[in-house]
Write a protein that binds this ligand. Structure first.
Ligand SMILES: Cc1cc2nc3c(=O)[nH]c(=O)nc-3n(C[C@H](O)[C@H](O)[C@H](O)COP(=O)(O)OP(=O)(O)OC[C@H]3O[C@@H](n4cnc5c(N)ncnc54)[C@H](O)[C@@H]3O)c2cc1C
Length: 381
């Protein structure tokens, strides 16, 4: 079925992202796998191409696109390269900027947004703590007022772009007596005394991305680093998580669709018992099922993208798109590995790495169980 949410402008933008992937990302794939990080010059090239400031107003160095479909096109094309690089760019360009654009003071916007758009200031967001990520309202990192400043103590873990980041938006507790209403957001700048980063964590998949712990030991920041009103951090995250979740869903489908496309080609070439393995009825039917699952999921995710572009995506629909696409992605990639036989288990093959990379999508940005919890509550249960 032809997709119907993208116009000629989006397709022209897609062509420029594809060129960036081919010219800038693909030749450096091995380097990123080895170093577990996106090199800084690649961030800056992405910034120069205008890919990192889609949500940032033009007068602050961004593209001011004002149309989420451009974000989705960027995520789709980079996910076809690797899920990890897509997640790093996604956190930096799709997840973090709306917090500063919507909640920042004029001074904060001037200070941070141009650098985020250009790729000079790499951004991360720290919600999850070692004691738990699903129950965000229970987070333990504290910020205590001291005159004009705040003093922050605690830690975050599993933070994408954490090792490399210049800026970290962190959720901390400013009022221990108020639960979710006692959480406030701050922007921490790398180099601030007491703010340190752990090593890049050793992950099962998505090895190209840098994922780290962040530690705060009496980090003193002025009130000018507080993002949004005191006690409004939890609601700010809840309001912006649907964008993170629809972005995840877009990437999940694009990632699996690309590997499935490559797998179909492989099954036409690879022979067993004198015939192409794809021509055995079992495999032909399997591939028919996989293509159907991707296209049907794609249609729902596209509807959500169109709804989000018009400001009418609900958190519950975003939750449905996120968990379902993650499940389909994992199921499809597992079958793709099977179709590659032993080669599907070799790191040298994209299908093997994609299969490992996909596993986390059922866990991060709200696990599949938490997504179903949100949907269940909406059913009145
Ligand atoms: C590679 C990677 C990158 C990440 N990037 C970031 C990032 O940039 N920023 C950030 O803040 N976090 C990030 N995370 C953290 C991620 O969002 C959390 O891992 C996730 O929210 C789950 O939290 P947890 O790991 O503490 O698991 P827990 O909260 O301890 O959950 C453990 C298990 O219990 C289940 N569970 C919990 N509560 C319920 C319930 N009510 N009902 C049913 N089941 C439940 C969960 O679904 C899960 O299966 C990242 C994680 C990874 C692995």
């Amino acid at each position: 079925m032809p997709r119907n949410i993208y116009s000629e402008d989006h397709e022209a933008f897609r062509a420029s992202v594809r060129e960036f992937v081919e010219r800038t990302l693909e030749p450096r794939a091995e380097e990123m796998i080895r170093e577990h990080v996106i090199p800084r010059d690649i961030w800056q090239e992405a910034g120069k191409q205008g890919f990192l400031g889609l949500d940032i107003p033009e007068e602050l160095g961004g593209a001011g696109a004002g149309d989420y479909r451009f974000n989705a096109v960027f995520a789709e094309e980079v996910s076809g390269f690797t899920a990890a690089v897509s997640s790093c760019f996604g956190i930096h360009a799709d997840v973090c900027p709306p917090y500063i654009v919507d909640l920042g003071t004029e001074e904060q916007k001037q200070r941070w947004l141009p650098g985020i758009a250009s790729g000079e200031l790499i951004c991360s967001i720290g919600m999850t703590e070692p004691s738990g990520g699903s129950d965000l309202a229970a987070l333990k990192t504290t910020a205590v007022r001291d005159g004009e400043d705040w003093v922050i103590n605690g830690s975050k873990t599993f933070i994408t772009n954490g090792h490399q980041c210049d800026l970290a938006i962190v959720a901390v507790r400013t009022d221990p007596s108020k639960g979710a209403k006692g959480i406030t957001l701050f922007v921490l700048e790398a180099g601030t005394e007491g703010f340190t980063k752990g090593n890049k964590l050793d992950k099962v998949g998505q090895v190209e991305s840098d994922t780290s712990e962040l530690f705060f030991d009496n980090v003193r920041v002025p009130d000018a680093n507080r993002l949004g009103p005191e006690g409004q951090g939890f609601i700010a995250m809840m309001q912006r998580l649907p964008q993170e979740r629809i972005g995840a869903a877009v990437s999940n489908v694009a990632h699996a669709a690309k590997i499935l496309e490559e797998t179909i080609e492989y099954t036409k070439e690879r022979k067993a018992f004198g015939q192409a393995i794809g021509s055995f009825q079992h495999n032909k039917f399997k591939l028919a099922e996989l293509v159907t699952r991707i296209e049907v999921t794609q249609a729902y995710v596209d509807d959500c993208v169109a709804a989000h572009a018009e400001g009418r995506l609900t958190p519950v629909d975003a939750a449905k798109a996120k968990w379902f696409s993650a499940q389909v992605q994992n199921d499809v990639l597992d079958e793709c590995v099977q179709l590659y036989g032993g080669y599907g288990f070799m790191n040298e093959y994209r299908v093997a790495r994609a299969w490992r990379d996909a596993r986390v999508t059922k866990i991060w940005a709200g696990s599949n169980e938490i997504m179903k919890e949100l949907i269940g509550r909406d059913l009145g249960l």
